[in-house]
Design a protein around this ligand. Sequence first.
Ligand SMILES: [Ca+2]
Length: 345
Amino acid sequence: MVNPLTLVSGGCALMAAAVAASTNDPFLRLESYPHSLTRPFLDKYLSSRFYDYGGSTLIRSDSFVRLTGDRPGESGWLFSKLPAVPEHFQVEFDFKIHGQSAALYGDGMAFWVTTHKGETGPVFGSSDRFEGLGVFFDTYKNNRPGKSFPYVMAMMGDGKTEYDAAHDGLANEIGGCSGRGLHNPRDVSRARVTFVRNKFLAVDLDIKGQNKWQNCFVITDTSKLNLPRSTFMGFSARTGELSENHDLHRVQVYSLRNPPQSYAELVRGDAGDLARPASNYDDVYGNQYGSSGTSSSSGGGFGAWLWFLFKSIAFLAVAAALGVVGYGLYVTKNKKQKKSGDYYL
Ligand SMILES: [Ca+2]
């Protein structure tokens, strides 16, 4: 990935963190821009200002972040650069898991809030023995009798415990539900993770993009919700012998300044608040990064860079021309004044 210029500024990121959302929002949700991710994903310098990515991850700025393609043996990740996940947060993300085979596919993807950031590893493409929260969208059933797959579950890692890969996470699951329909949905799927410290963790799903949240699980046992502070937010995915595409279409992260005290309060407060139809989210911010918004990270991105270079050169040429004209006028005026002065003296 070519990054001609990378403008990363922690200070700017932190300043950008607090931007007011809807004024009639009972939970005072403030969007955390350093964590939100919308098209075109890359800025005009072809860099992602707030996210690092690696492994098989590819960014198509006109459409999605592809963590893995529909090919065997891929692992990809995308993690925030700053360890500044809000104290009480709500994350909504749109994604699509799809591929050619309707019957044989795997392995799935993960959402992370952890003390480490991106490293390729065995747990849905990221490292094992993680410290923090992992929410897994497991599409391949290794050994989990009685559960319908795809399966969605959460684990709170302590930095030492391994993910129970042989049993699809059973040993350390703190909550889960069936994610039937997550593979090859017609529209994008959506998930919402709400974490209120010392109160609850809830995961809601809108698997088929029907603008209706279905609760997957709520955890109120705070002994299971010991999420460290100073955490990074990320996503990862992995394919094994079987494969599928894991695409991320949008991520929006909010700090909850007046957090709901229970899941019931959350549901009451946000009734009907699944804001945008899936096909209409791309212009939420407008095309704020200009022409690179319609280009891919490779071919079209270079075109955008050339265009930027052309504009810079044109600007300098105009500035130089104005400078020459200005200097000419100044010299002419001085000569006239000198002549006039000579006359009067
Ligand atoms: Ca599995």
